[in-house]
Write a protein that binds this ligand. Structure first.
Ligand code: FES
Ligand SMILES: [Fe+2]
Length: 442
């Protein structure tokens, strides 16, 4: 298969298809690591995970072990997790607090700024040995409102430019609290036997919600919750392959939309949060923040669901047919008591690994990956909505991912395409799709 022709993109014919080799081929997977994961800004973690001097957390990003720490001066540091001596992992626990990082192999020690501060038998290295030259190495890194990203290519544009229209959507989350948002300690970690790109698609795919998550919708309907009626939404490309699906929320949102499942006693508290948002941002933006849900993809492998809870979900490719997923929950800094409990309940009920949605989604993605092995069908279809104004359950936002993916993986020049001429600054007004409008549960 010609690497330049893995995406068949013909809006004039109403056709958009992706060649299935891009979801199964080891060669393409290897190219992705070099041309996408070695060049793009990749999510590493959140600054709230390391609030105090000496705090650290480790991650693996696109097969590279890394860790980040807060040094004694309070600065964020990000390090390659490899000893400058002979390579051993320096940081061997997921998180903690340390004054020094000591390599377990030969006991070289580094402070939280990465400087070599101790080693056994330094005399053995002769008079020209310069300890100051040896330090933990850092990749390029930057943080946007607490979200830390790394990049392994000096040529890549700076992070704010890379984020393009996605920055506005991060702002919509960060502005939910005057004290900032924080990651709740603890994470969900699981693997899916499917190509990593399928989870990006799935997370911005409104089309699958009703058939795949029928159990959840029926459960909520059974609780007296009105689901889906009059729901409006749209998908948008946000530049550089980022995309979003933004819809009227059909469930309660801790920020700040009351729902019967929260209980009557929660009503005044949630109304207070909404009033505060209106004071700070005006009615239009405040209602958008509180009453619309957003599924945001930051190219290539970060999903932030701002839905019935706020979830950060990052997924690392592990070969062409497997990925490792980690998910965290975000909350306003200092949130506690009933507010936090409701948020965590919402998170676990739908988005957690044992919730109503995630097992359904994993089954769907693994089923696709198994289906690819059958052969007989070369292309997957992503043309839904190509010939009409964008709706929340169309596939515009997935097409923007695949266009960027094709240009990077084939090393082709990239020309930003906004379907319907919709640039990131514009918000279309759209009607609910017929199947959404007619769904009543049963
Ligand atoms: S590999 Fe780290 S001290 Fe030798
Ligand atoms: Fe889903």
């Amino acid at each position: 298969m010609d690497i330049n022709k893995l995406v068949y993109d013909r809006p004039d014919l109403g056709k958009f298809k992706v060649h299935r080799s891009s979801l199964v081929s080891q060669d393409i997977h290897d190219l992705e690591l070099r041309r996408i994961f070695d060049r793009c800004w990749l999510y590493l973690g959140h600054e709230s995970e390391i609030p105090n001097a000496g705090d650290y957390a480790r991650r693996v990003v696109a097969e590279r072990p890394l860790f980040f720490a807060r040094d004694r001066g309070g600065e964020l540091r990000v390090f390659h997790n490899t000893c400058p001596h002979r390579g051993a992992l320096i940081c061997r626990t997921d998180r903690g607090n340390a004054r020094v990082f000591q390599c377990f192999y030969h006991a070289w020690s580094f402070n939280t700024s990465g400087e070599l501060v101790g080693m056994p038998d330094i005399d053995g290295y002769g008079p020209d040995f310069d300890r100051a030259e040896i330090a933990l190495r850092s990749p390029r890194y930057d943080s946007y409102r607490g979200f830390i990203f790394v990049c392994f290519d000096d040529e890549t544009v700076p992070l704010p430019e890379y984020l393009a229209g996605a920055a506005e959507y991060l702002d919509l989350i960060c502005d939910q609290s005057v004290d900032g948002m924080q990651v709740i300690p603890g994470s969900n970690r699981y693997s899916i036997k499917a190509n990593w790109k399928l989870l990006g698609e799935n997370s911005m795919d409104g089309y699958h919600a009703i058939p795949t998550h029928r159990t959840y919708f029926d459960y909520m309907s059974g609780q007296g919750a009105e689901m889906l009626g009059n729901r409006k939404g749209f998908g948008r490309a946000l530049g550089n392959g980022h995309g979003v699906m933004e819809n009227d929320a059909i469930y309660g949102r801790p920020i700040a939309m009351w729902h019967p499942c929260f209980g009557e006693e929660a009503r005044p508290e949630i109304q207070r949060i909404k009033d505060d948002l209106i004071d700070r941002f005006g009615r239009t933006k405040a209602l958008r923040m509180s009453e619309k849900s957003r599924n945001l993809l930051i190219f290539p492998n970060l999903i932030i669901n701002d839905v019935m809870a706020v979830t950060i979900r990052v997924y690392q490719p592990a070969g062409p047919a497997s990925m490792d997923v980690t998910a965290w929950e975000m909350a306003p800094a200092g949130e506690s008591g009933n507010l936090l409990r409701r948020r965590l309940d919402s998170f676990l009920a739908f988005l957690g690994p044992g919730g109503f949605a995630t097992p359904d989604d994993i089954e769907a993605l693994e089923s696709c990956q198994q289906g690819f092995r059958s052969g007989g069908v070369e292309w997957s279809d992503l043309s839904r909505g190509l010939t009409r104004s964008p709706r929340g359950n169309d596939e515009l936002q997935m097409r923007s991912f695949w266009r960027r993916w094709q240009s990077l993986v084939a090393d082709l020049p990239y020309v930003e395409q906004y379907e319907h001429g919709l640039t990131p600054g514009e918000i279309p007004e759209v009607a609910p799709s017929p199947e959404e409008a007619s769904y009543a549960g049963d």
